[in-house]
Write a protein that binds this ligand. Structure first.
Ligand code: MEV
Length: 321
């Protein structure tokens, strides 16, 4: 048997602007996870069971552009395996789908790892992430690659798309440069889920259209978000996580201006601030999905309660370290 487990992820700063080359910060969320187990099958074919999404099927019955089919075929093609072995793949996930916690990327990364292990050809992280990125394109259209990256490395990442890798930094497929960064002082984040699916693909496509219609305005918004992400990294690395609160508020206001927030996300961010959070913003694609709030550790349960009272369908308290 071969198995792999991946965490969820949350974007702290820089969503959407990251698609246009600005930096973004994301961290793993270990309270939710995906586990994939691959075993030999006694019958012929590749059998996939993913009870969380009500899927039970043989590979050939999935559409060719089904994300699971694409991930499996991607692994075999990367390994030059044309005669597929008989396998059973069991996928279990506690990551809510379309919530901004990276469920799609977490499934892809765990599946790619477990499958390559099962055929005794474990792939290096760079290749795992690059293959998961190909599947992300099916989910999200024109993704930046931040989700598959933070989930593959399971560490806080400072992510910049499409930059040549400078000396000494890791380059991860398709010209993406990632840097993991040091969290000098741990800090607490409360995640609140609106319970509404985040239509990331549409939100990213809408931002693209808005940018085409008004390039100067959108470049200005992206640049302002990039500056916030850089300042946030510095605050985290120098042991001043309290500076992240105002930066979250600023980043949220810019995302509102970009039209990717929603009344529900605005209500939850307001509720978090009113209950003593140091700052709050939506996280991920927006228009649904999750928001995050920075909180003193002791006050985090009160912030989580306030979020539930304001309509959050679930909350997670997580420490970034
Ligand atoms: C989605 O988790 C984050 C976005 O920036 C899209 C992307 O980076 O691919 C909205």
């Amino acid at each position: 048997m071969a198995a792999a487990t991946t965490p969820g992820k949350i974007i702290l700063f820089g969503e959407h602007a990251v698609v246009y080359g600005q930096p973004a910060l994301a961290v793993p969320v270990s309270q939710v996870q995906v586990q994939v187990e691959v075993t030999d099958a006694s019958r012929s074919g590749i059998w996939i069971d993913a009870p969380d999404v009500n899927l039970s099927s043989e590979l050939s019955r999935l559409a060719p552009d089904h994300p699971l089919a694409a991930a499996i075929k991607g692994v075999f093609s990367a390994l030059n395996i044309s005669r597929y072995p008989n396998l059973h793949i069991q996928i279990e996930s506690t990551i809510p789908v379309a919530s901004g916690l990276g469920s799609g990327a977490a499934v892809s990364v765990a599946l790619i790892r477990a499958l390559s292990l099962a055929v005794h050809r474990p792939l290096p992280d760079e290749q795992v992430s690059a293959l998961a990125y190909d599947v992300e394109k099916i989910h999200h259209g024109t993704p930046s690659g931040i989700d598959n990256t933070v989930i593959t490395y399971a560490k806080p990442v400072y992510f910049v798309k499409d930059l040549p890798a400078p000396q000494g930094r890791g380059a991860v497929g398709e010209g993406k440069t990632i840097e993991t960064f040091r969290v000098a002082k741990p800090f607490t984040i409360v995640i609140g889920d609106t319970g509404l699916p985040a239509p990331t693909k549409e939100a990213v496509a809408d931002v693209r259209k808005l940018r085409q219609a008004n390039p100067e305005r959108y470049e200005r918004l992206f640049a302002a978000i990039g500056s916030i992400a850089r300042a946030a990294r510095q605050a985290i690395e120098t042991g001043h996580p309290e500076h992240l609160g105002p930066l979250m508020d600023e980043n949220h206001a810019l995302l509102q201006e970009m039209t990717v927030s929603s009344p529900e996300l605005d209500r939850l961010t307001e509720a978090a601030r009113s209950s003593g959070a140091l700052g709050a913003k939506m996280s991920g694609g927006g228009r649904g999905g999750n928001m995050i709030a920075l909180s003193e550790k002791e006050n985090a349960p009160a912030v989580a309660d306030a979020l539930s009272n304001a309509g959050a369908k679930r909350t997670i308290i997580t420490t970034v370290h």
